[in-house]
Design a protein. Structure first.
Length: 440
C-alpha cells in the first residue's frame, strides 16, 4: 500500500458505480424534452448550433449547455413564482454537471431546486429531479424521501416515471448492499417499461462477476436508443472499455476508449481512461501528458493525484508532495460542499499519501453512507493499513459472503489474509483475483 502502486489503477470501480448516478441525472433532465415552453417575454439567447443536430464534441456540448442555462435562468427569474421554471433551470445545470463533473454545477442545481420548493404548494414540487440530484450526490436517504413523496400524488406518475422511480429505488438498494432487492426492483421497472433497466443490470452484472452478461446488457441498452447521439454512443464505448480494463485486456480497452474519443472528442472522462491504460502499459510520458491536459481543463483533484502518483513512482518526492498538497485543498473543498459524494474518492487520496488515519476516517463515513461492496472493500483496506487486521478480515469476509465479485475484492482479501498469516487462503484469493484480471 504505497504511493508508487497507485498508477496501476487510480480508482478501479469509480466510473462503473458513478454511471448509476449519471443515469438518474440524465433521466431527470430528459423529462424536459417535451416540457412547456418558458414565457415568451424572455429574451432568449440564440444558439449558433440550433437545427444542427446533437453536439459532435465535448466543447460544443458545453457551449450549448451554457446557453441553455442562461435561457433557463432568465425564464426562472421571469416566472419566479412557478416552481416548474426553477426545475427546468436545475435540469440544465445538472446536464452541464454531468458533462463537467464540477461540483459547483451541482450546488447551483441544488439552489435552483431549493427555490422551486420554496414557491411550490405543499405536496407538489420537483421531487423526482431532487431525487436525481440527491442520488447523484450519494445522499440515499434524501433520494428515498423524494421518491416517497411521489407516492402521495393525487394523479399517479405516468408509466415511464414509475419505471424510473422503481429503478432508482433499485439503485438505492444496490448502494445499501441489498442486491436481491435491487434486482427485484429492476424487474419491476422492466415490467412497466420493457428494457428500461438494461444499463443498470449491466452495472450489476459487472460488479457480481458476470462480465459477459454485463456486455450483453450494454448491447441491449444501446439497442434501446432509436437514434443514439454521438455522446451516447461514445458513453457506451467507454463502458465497454471499462469492462475490458477490469479484465486486464488493455489493448481491447484502449480500442474502445479511442473509438469513444473519435465519436465525442474532448471529453475528459474518456481521456482519463486512456491515460490509465497508458500508465498500465508503461507509457508514462504519454499518460502524464494526458493527465496534465485534463487537470488544466478541469482542475479535478483526482487527476492531480494521478500526476502525483506518477511523480512518486519516478522517485520525484518533492513534486509528488507539492501535487498532493494542491489536491488536498481541493478535496477539502469538495468534502465541505458534498461530503457523501466525496468520501469514496478522497479515500484514494489519503491512501496514496499514506495518511492511514485520514483514509480510515473517510472509509468509515463512506461505509455508513453506502454500505455496499465497494465501500466495504475500501473500509477493509483502510483497516488493514491501520494495522487493525482482525477487523479488516471481518469486513472483507462480509463482502466475500455477498454476491459482489471483483478483482479488487479478491486482491484486498489476499492482502488481509496474508497479513493474518493465513498464507494458503491468501494464495487462493490472489489466484482468484488474477483469474479475473491478470494485472490484479
Amino acid at each position: 500500500m504505497t504511493a508508487t502502486t497507485l498508477p496501476a489503477r487510480l480508482a478501479p470501480w469509480k466510473w462503473w458505480i458513478m454511471a448509476l448516478a449519471v443515469l438518474g441525472s440524465l433521466w431527470a433532465i430528459d423529462r424536459w424534452n417535451n416540457a412547456k415552453p418558458a414565457p415568451e417575454a424572455i429574451n432568449w439567447q440564440p444558439s449558433p448550433y440550433s437545427g444542427s443536430g446533437p453536439p459532435l464534441s465535448y466543447a460544443e456540448a458545453i457551449r450549448r449547455s451554457d446557453i441553455a442555462i442562461a435561457n433557463a435562468q432568465a425564464a426562472a427569474r421571469a416566472g419566479a413564482d412557478q416552481w416548474l421554471m426553477h426545475e427546468i433551470h436545475a435540469s440544465e445545470l445538472m446536464a452541464r454537471a454531468q458533462l463537467s463533473g464540477d461540483y459547483r454545477d451541482y450546488a447551483a442545481a441544488q439552489a435552483a431546486l431549493d427555490r422551486a420548493f420554496a414557491v411550490a404548494v405543499k405536496g407538489s414540487g420537483p421531487h423526482l429531479m431532487r431525487a436525481a440530484l440527491d442520488f447523484s450526490m450519494h445522499r440515499l436517504a434524501g433520494a428515498e424521501a423524494q421518491l416517497a413523496a411521489t407516492d402521495a400524488y393525487a394523479v399517479p406518475p405516468d408509466p415511464g416515471d414509475r419505471a424510473e422511480i422503481a429503478a432508482m429505488r433499485g439503485d438505492i438498494a444496490f448502494y445499501r448492499g441489498d442486491y436481491a432487492a435491487a434486482w427485484a426492483l429492476y424487474d419491476a421497472a422492466d415490467r412497466l417499461v420493457p428494457g428500461s433497466a438494461h444499463f443498470r443490470r449491466a452495472i450489476f452484472a459487472a460488479r457480481t462477476g458476470q462480465v459477459d452478461l454485463a456486455d450483453a446488457y450494454l448491447a441491449e441498452a444501446e439497442k434501446g436508443y432509436r437514434s443514439p447521439t454521438p455522446q451516447t454512443r461514445a458513453y457506451m464505448q467507454l463502458q465497454r472499455g471499462i469492462l475490458d480494463l477490469d479484465r486486464g485486456r488493455l489493448d481491447d480497452a484502449m480500442a474502445h476508449f479511442r473509438a469513444a474519443d473519435r465519436l465525442f472528442p474532448g471529453r475528459w472522462l474518456i481521456e482519463e481512461h486512456m491515460a490509465e491504460v497508458l500508465t498500465l502499459q508503461g507509457k508514462t510520458r504519454q499518460a502524464e501528458s494526458l493527465y496534465t491536459g485534463i487537470v488544466q481543463r478541469t482542475g479535478h483533484p483526482e487527476f492531480i493525484d494521478a500526476l502525483a502518483a506518477i511523480a512518486a513512482a519516478q522517485g520525484d518526492k518533492v513534486r509528488a508532495e507539492r501535487l498532493y498538497a494542491r489536491s488536498s485543498a481541493l478535496w477539502a473543498q469538495r468534502l465541505k460542499l458534498f461530503p457523501e459524494a466525496t468520501y469514496g474518492h478522497a479515500i484514494d487520496h489519503c491512501m496514496a499519501k499514506q495518511d492511514w488515519p485520514c483514509a480510515l476516517r473517510l472509509a468509515e463515513a463512506n461505509h455508513k453512507a453506502r454500505p455496499y461492496g465497494e465501500a466495504k472493500i475500501k473500509l477493509a483496506a483502510a483497516l488493514l493499513a491501520n494495522r487493525r487486521t482482525d477487523e479488516a478480515r471481518t469486513v472483507i469476509d462480509a463482502v466475500l459472503a455477498s454476491r459482489w465479485r471483483t478483482p479488487d475484492l479478491f486482491a484486498t482479501a489476499a492482502d488481509i489474509y496474508a497479513a493474518s498469516g493465513l498464507t494458503r487462503k491468501a494464495a487462493q484469493y490472489r489466484s482468484a483475483a488474477r483469474k479475473m484480471n491478470p494485472l490484479a
